[in-house]
Design a protein. Structure first.
Length: 288
C-alpha cells in the first residue's frame, strides 16, 4: 500500500475540520437544506479547474452505476441527517457519526473485498471511541447516554442509520473513482447531486435568494470543500476506504482546536481525552 495515502488522508481531515468551521458560521444565516445544495454549487468551479490539470479519463460502465447510486443514497443520508438534528439534541445524535469507520470494516469487506489488519482494526476502534467521546457534550448524563436514549429519541436512531449509509457510499465512491479518476468522479457527483437535491429545496420552501448576502463565505466553503473531497478521493484510490475515513474522522482533533479558537467551546478535558484515543488509533493504523 502506497504510504502517500496517509498524507492525503491527514490533509483531508484538516480541511474537513476547517470546512466544519465555515459550515457552523453559515448555519446561523442559511437553512441546512440550502447549505447542503450550495456546498455543491460553489465547489463546482474549483473542481472543474482541477480537470484542467488531471484531464478527462476513460470511463468504465460501472462508473454510472456508482455515480447515480451514490448520489441517491447520499441524498437520503443528508435528509435523514438534517431530520435527526431537528428531532433530537446534538449530544444524543452527533456521537453516532463516529461509528461510520466501524461499519466500514464490514461494508468494505462485502463491497470491495477489503479487510484491515488486526492493528488496523484496533486503530479504527480507537478512533471511533475518540470521536464518540469528543462529541458527547453532557458527560453528567453518562457516557452511554446516546445509547440509553436511542429508543426514546428518534433522531438518535436516524443518525445511526446515517452512519451506516455513509459507510456504504464511501465504498461506492471508491468504485466510481476506480472506474474513472478522482477528479472526474468528483466533478460528475457535484453536477448530478444538486439536480437530484433540488426537489428537496423546493419542497421545504427554501429561498435561493438567501445566498446573496453570503457569497464570499460560500466561495471559501466551495474552495475548502473541493480540496478536502479531492484529497479524499485520491486517498481512497490508494488505500483501504476504512482507513481513509477513520483518518478523516480523526480530524476531530483539529476541530477541538478550531472550536476553542473560533467559538470558545468548553468541555475541553473530555475532548482531549477523546483526542488521545484518536492519536493512538492513527498510530495503530500506520503501524498496521
Amino acid at each position: 500500500m502506497n504510504n502517500s495515502w496517509f498524507l492525503l488522508a491527514i490533509g483531508c481531515s484538516f480541511f474537513n475540520a476547517l470546512h466544519g468551521v465555515i459550515i457552523k458560521m453559515l448555519t446561523r444565516k442559511l437553512s441546512p437544506w440550502l447549505l447542503v445544495w450550495a456546498m455543491c454549487i460553489f465547489s463546482l468551479p474549483f473542481i472543474a479547474l482541477s480537470i484542467g490539470f488531471f484531464g478527462i479519463p476513460q470511463v468504465k460502465p460501472v462508473f454510472w452505476i456508482a455515480l447515480f447510486s451514490g448520489v441517491l443514497i447520499n441524498a437520503l443520508a443528508i435528509t435523514l441527517y438534517v431530520k435527526a438534528l431537528e428531532l433530537s439534541p446534538l449530544s444524543l445524535t452527533v456521537p453516532f457519526l463516529a461509528f461510520t469507520p466501524l461499519f466500514l470494516i464490514f461494508t468494505s469487506n462485502l463491497m470491495l473485498g477489503e479487510f484491515p489488519s488486526r492493528l488496523g482494526i484496533f486503530g479504527i476502534i480507537s478512533i471511533v471511541l475518540g470521536g464518540y467521546f469528543i462529541n458527547i457534550e453532557h458527560i453528567k448524563k453518562g457516557i452511554l447516554a446516546p445509547f440509553k436514549n436511542i429508543y426514546q429519541e428518534k433522531g438518535s436512531l436516524l443518525m445511526l442509520i446515517v452512519a451506516l449509509l455513509w459507510s456504504v457510499t464511501a465504498n461506492i465512491d471508491k468504485i466510481g473513482v476506480q472506474a474513472s479518476s478522482p477528479t472526474f468522479y468528483t466533478l460528475a457527483w457535484h453536477i448530478v447531486f444538486p439536480i437530484f437535491y433540488l426537489p428537496v429545496i423546493l419542497k421545504t420552501g427554501t429561498k435561493v435568494c438567501e445566498l446573496k448576502g453570503n457569497i464570499k463565505m460560500l466561495i471559501l466553503l466551495g474552495l475548502v470543500g473541493t480540496i478536502l473531497i479531492i484529497l479524499q478521493m485520491f486517498a481512497i484510490k490508494l488505500a483501504y476506504v476504512s482507513y481513509v475515513i477513520a483518518i478523516k474522522r480523526a480530524g476531530l482533533v483539529f476541530s477541538i482546536i478550531f472550536g476553542l479558537l473560533f467559538f470558545k467551546e468548553k468541555n475541553i478535558p473530555l475532548r482531549l481525552a477523546g483526542a488521545l484515543f484518536i492519536v493512538l488509533g492513527i498510530f495503530l493504523i500506520v503501524m498496521g
